[in-house]
Every structure is written in structure tokens, then in C-alpha cells.
Write a new protein. Structure first.
Ligand code: GRG
Length: 288
């Protein structure tokens, strides 16, 4: 039996989905159709759930954190649409559906990705007061930037079909995947007024969890089932991955160690961090 998402996930997912629908309402335009096509396709919503859990750990409410959480999903979905483009990873299947550019054409897919980012910044500006709104916008911008998703993706694309060492492989994925996990956790803490210690601990948790998540993604590219992952396997055959570097066993071990390191960062919180620990246990063993 593959590990299911922790039971508490469903409730969070439902609130996140509702918030996303309100942030990207159907206005009858083709670009909004394209945005919601990938946004509303089946997804685990791991990043926004992380935001909500981080907010709760810092004593904040889910209601206040929801827009920030949804923002992380808007950015993530935007990055998936761009990642699948023919000029990037050229993937035809995403979230169990034809990729955005396959369904809508490349030009509309690019506009949909920009549209989702645009909604993300607009949502933060409308939902939060200063200086929190500005702090969250800067956090998102840093996560997307040249030392985040964009930077990691650029190195990844340029490195395709080249030998790279472990440090560069780790940098690519700390930036491509870890940066948004970090922003997701820190955003939740910020909406709850978390102190520097809480922010530091949650950031350490999320960075380790994000890298573990990517390593498992590499494993699923080799041993996953498209019916569970919603995407084709063997997409990374021309790339150095954690699996090509460390082997299947080594990659599993690395992911487990990173999840333990993530959990260790939560030790000051005791039992109140149990849901975050359940999230890392899921990440270590996930099949989709
Ligand atoms: C301008 C936002 C922006 C990005 C440009 C394209 C790009 C730079 C970066 C690509 C980042 C990327 C797609 C990293 C892969 C992360 C990853 C492991 C995705 C799979 O995430 P899941 O399993 O997917 O959480 P679901 O569908 O469940 O949400």
C-alpha cells in the first residue's frame, strides 16, 4: 500500500482550493481558462499546506495564512507550466492531464504562467497590510529569482547532457525546489508574527524537506507509476539526478536523512510540530 497523504491534509486542501478559485475567478478569457486548467488539476498542494502548518505552529490562524498559502501554489503552478514547455523539459503530461502548452498552445501557456504570477503578487498586496504585504512579496520574489527557481532552472537546463558534480546538483535543486518550500514555511510564520527562532527553525525544516522532496521526485522518475505521479516517467534520462549520482538505494537513504534533519530542526517545538513531522514522513515515502 503506498503511503497516503496524512489525514489532516484533506481539510487544508479544500480551503486552499476554495481560496485559489476566489483568487483566479473565471472571467471567460482563454488565458484564465488556461490558468485554471493546470491550477485546478489534481495536486497534493504540499507547499500551501506547509504554509498553513507553519502559521499554526507559530500560533497564527489558518484563515489569515490562506492567501499566502495560495500564493505559493500559484507560483508553483506557474513554474510547472513553464517547466513543461518544449524549450525547457518538453513534458507532455502534467497532473494527469496533457501539459498546458499541449492543451492551449505554447503562447497561451506562457501567458497563463505569467498570469498566475501576476495573481500571486496582486493577492498578497490586497490581502495583507504593510509592512507584511511587502515582506511577503519580497520573500516570493527572492524564491523565484536568480538564486531561486529561475536560477536553479537555468543551471539545470544548461547542465543537461553535461557531467555535473554533487555540489552543483544539490545547488540546482535547493534553488529549483527548496527555495519555494522555504518561502512557503517562512510565509506562514510571517503571517502569524513568528519570532526569529521560529522562522529559523521552520526555514531549516523546509529547506531540508524541499531537497528530500526533489530526491524522491528523481526516484519517482525511475520507479514511479504515471497513474500516481500524473506525469511520464524517465523524463530525466538526459540529466544528472540524485538517482544517477547515488543509485536508487543511495537516493532513498539521502531523502530519509534529509527528512530526519528536517525533523531535528523542529525539536524546540515538541509535540506541537507533529503535523509537520507527518508531512516529512509522507515526503520520504510518497509515491505520487
Ligand atoms: C518564473 C515561477 C517561475 C519559474 C521559472 C520553470 C522554472 C523557472 C522552474 C522550474 C521549477 C520546478 C518545476 C521544479 C520541480 C519541482 C517539483 C518537484 C515539482 C513537482 O511538484 P509536486 O509533486 O506536484 O508537488 P503537484 O502536482 O502535486 O503540485
Amino acid at each position: 500500500m503506498p503511503p497516503a497523504l496524512p489525514r489532516f491534509f484533506a481539510e487544508y486542501q479544500a480551503s486552499i482550493d476554495q481560496t485559489l478559485r476566489s483568487l483566479v475567478p473565471d472571467d471567460g478569457t482563454v488565458v484564465t481558462k488556461a490558468m485554471t486548467y493546470t491550477l485546478e488539476a489534481p495536486s497534493k498542494r504540499v507547499r500551501p499546506v506547509l504554509t498553513l502548518l507553519a502559521a499554526e505552529l507559530c500560533g497564527g490562524s489558518t484563515a489569515r495564512a490562506l492567501t499566502a498559502a495560495a500564493t505559493m501554489e500559484l507560483v508553483h503552478t506557474s513554474s510547472l507550466i513553464l517547466d513543461d514547455l518544449p524549450s525547457m523539459d518538453a513534458a507532455a503530461l502534467r497532473r494527469g492531464r496533457p501539459a498546458n502548452h499541449v492543451a492551449f498552445g505554447e503562447a497561451v501557456a506562457i501567458l497563463a504562467a505569467f498570469g498566475l504570477l501576476n495573481h500571486a503578487y496582486g493577492a498578497l498586496a490586497r490581502a495583507y497590510e504593510p509592512p507584511l504585504a511587502a515582506k511577503l512579496a519580497a520573500l516570493v520574489s527572492d524564491a523565484i529569482g536568480s538564486r531561486g527557481l529561475i536560477g536553479g532552472q537555468a543551471i539545470d537546463l544548461l547542465a543537461t547532457e553535461h557531467e555535473i558534480d554533487f555540489d552543483l546538483l544539490e545547488r540546482i535543486h535547493r534553488e529549483k525546489t527548496g527555495a519555494l518550500f522555504n518561502a512557503s514555511a517562512v510565509a506562514g510564520a510571517l503571517t502569524a508574527g513568528g519570532d526569529a527562532n521560529a522562522l529559523g527553525a521552520l526555514s531549516a525544516f523546509a529547506k531540508n524537506l524541499g531537497l528530500a522532496f526533489q530526491i524522491v521526485d528523481d526516484l519517482l522518475d525511475v520507479e514511479g507509476d504515471p497513474a500516481e505521479t500524473g506525469k511520464a516517467i524517465r523524463q530525466d534520462a538526459r540529466k544528472t539526478t540524485f538517482v544517477s549520482f547515488s543509485g536508487v538505494e543511495g537516493a532513498h537513504q539521502l531523502a530519509t536523512e534529509l527528512c530526519h534533519a528536517a525533523d531535528a530542526a523542529l525539536s524546540p517545538f515538541g509535540r506541537s510540530a507533529d503535523r509537520l513531522r507527518a508531512l516529512s514522513a509522507f515526503v520520504a515515502a510518497r509515491r505520487g
